[in-house]
Ligand binder design. Structure first.
Ligand code: GLN
Length: 480
């Protein structure tokens, strides 16, 4: 059942939140042995559902009353282990809760558990999790994408209607595309990052994954808003559900030409063009725009992201929290701790970032990446001068096979080629299911100008209505 239907039923007294939670836990129990979306379940889920039932019977009306949700395991949950998919945090139980999680709970949603991810959100498949990969519910031989692969798989397999992910370079949108779910990356600053374990702070965002546009909107109305605990948080009214019925007629929308070239799977290209055709039938003015600056997006992203990561991850040295190895002195202990408990991809990122920031190379790498980032932001501004919305495939191909790219970092990084630019420019973007290829779901990405997050939902809702939601269903779980 969709999140908003659960909330309606609970608010009307027709549904018991405890029963809703029990049913979803049973679904997790029966499915997750094969999928491994969850790293841990919330032992207090039923108790928390009872508290929601009491609030409702006391007369409160809660926008997400009784909605079970899952949280990517790089968002802090007080009293519940938060590992970021890393051995170095295997024993870490945070003393505080991320604002995004607290907001969903205040709105009546019930946390069921923490989901798998690539270690510290560095990856595109969940294969870099220290606790084993998540499988794609559509085909168990394939990856669910990443790094929010556990959250996307949990939603796709009907284990929860709603999950939180984080998106630094595509980690909400790409897994959404691979699992036939919807993923929303807000404008940088619209959803608080407080309690998100930092990867690359100038790119990191928190957002929802769901199975319908209305559910995304309901979640965003709760998640968006100013938070004094996040210095980059923005003050803005949230009007996501109100935007669902906004007319789209006359909107100027453009496909980004560079994302439809020979590197893109023909089925993905076809789905993107069909999506554009549906919008055109709805009275949207459809065009095409060239953004050659995007050629630099992936390289700029992997320099900026690794540079910031090398700084952010310096804190995992075994002295204050997390796992620790013994050593003859303090430095030896730190070295032993990091060598033993950080994974290979994380080390690769730290090396790359440290190198890019080192004196003598700083200008050549980090400095130039910042210039490219500026050029990309300006290119978007130019495109948005005469367009309201831009469209690309979310990823160039459908979900790939487990093991296919794990030993080839560059080919793994290339799956993010269409998503990283929105992070570099701080723009809101959404992935919506728009087709299938050989039974595997495909996603289309919509990108809007900064602070026009609601526009993405207006257009996604129009597409969903026009196609009867025919590309959005629970994974059949009958393959692989
Ligand atoms: N796959 C990208 C990376 O490895 C993006 C990850 C993310 O958005 N967290 O950096």
């Amino acid at each position: 059942m969709d999140a908003i239907r659960i909330a309606e039923g609970v608010n009307a007294g027709r549904l018991d939140p405890v029963a809703v939670v029990t049913e979803h836990l049973a679904r997790i129990e029966s499915q997750d042995g094969r999928i491994h979306a969850f790293l841990a379940l919330n032992p207090r889920a039923e108790e928390e559902a009872r508290a929601v039932a009491e609030r409702v019977s006391a007369g409160e009306r809660l926008p997400l009353a009784g909605v079970p949700f899952a949280v990517k395991d790089n968002l802090a949950t007080r009293g519940l282990a938060t590992t970021a998919g890393s051995k170095i945090l295997a024993d870490f139980v945070p003393p505080y809760t991320a604002t995004a999680v607290a907001r969903l709970r205040a709105a009546g949603a019930v946390l069921l558990g923490k989901t798998n991810l690539d270690e510290f959100a560095m990856g595109s498949s969940t294969e870099h999790s220290a606790f084993g990969p998540t499988k794609n519910p559509w085909d168990l031989a394939r990856v669910p994408g990443g790094s929010s692969g556990g959250s996307a798989a949990a939603v796709a397999a009907g284990m929860v209607p709603l999950a939180l992910g984080s998106d630094t370079g595509g980690s909400i949108r790409q897994p959404a595309a691979y699992t036939g779910t919807l993923g929303f990356k807000p404008t940088y600053g619209r959803v608080s990052r407080y309690g998100l374990i930092a990867y690359a702070s100038s790119l990191d965002t928190v957002g929802p994954i769901a199975r319908s546009v209305a559910d995304l909107a309901a979640a965003m109305d709760v998640l968006a808003g100013y938070d004094p605990k996040d210095a980059t948080s923005l003050e803005a009214e949230a009007g996501f559900r109100a935007a669902l019925n906004r007319p789209v007629q006359g909107l100027r929308v453009a496909l980004i030409r560079e994302t439809l070239g020979p590197g893109t799977d023909p089925a993905v290209r076809e789905a993107t063009l069909r999506f554009a055709g549906v919008l055109e039938d709805l009275g949207v003015e459809m065009g095409e725009v060239g953004l050659p600056e995007l050629d630099y997006a992936l390289a700029a992203y992997y320099l900026v992201a690794t540079s910031e990561a090398s700084s952010n991850l310096a804190r995992y040295d075994g002295t204050l929290y997390g796992m620790r190895s013994a050593g003859a002195d303090l430095i030896a202990a730190m070295k032993a701790t990091r060598a033993r408990f950080l994974g290979q991809e994380v080390k690769r990122r730290i090396f790359m970032g440290t190198f890019a920031l080192s004196s003598g190379y700083y200008q050549a790498y980090y400095g130039r990446a910042l210039k490219a980032r500026g050029a990309i932001a300006r290119a978007f501004e130019r495109a948005f001068a005469d367009h309201d919305l831009l469209i690309t495939p979310t990823a160039p191909t459908p979900a790939f096979r487990l093991g296919e790219k794990v030993t080839d970092p560059l080919s793994m990084y290339l799956t993010d080629v269409n998503t990283v630019a929105a992070n570099l420019a701080g723009l809101p973007a959404l992935s919506i299911p728009a087709g299938f290829a050989d039974g595997l779901p495909l996603g289309v990405q919509l990108i809007a100008p900064a602070m026009q997050d609601e526009r993405l939902l207006a257009v996604a809702a129009a597409f969903e209505r026009a196609t009867g939601g025919s590309y959005q269903r629970v994974a059949s779980l009958d393959r692989g």
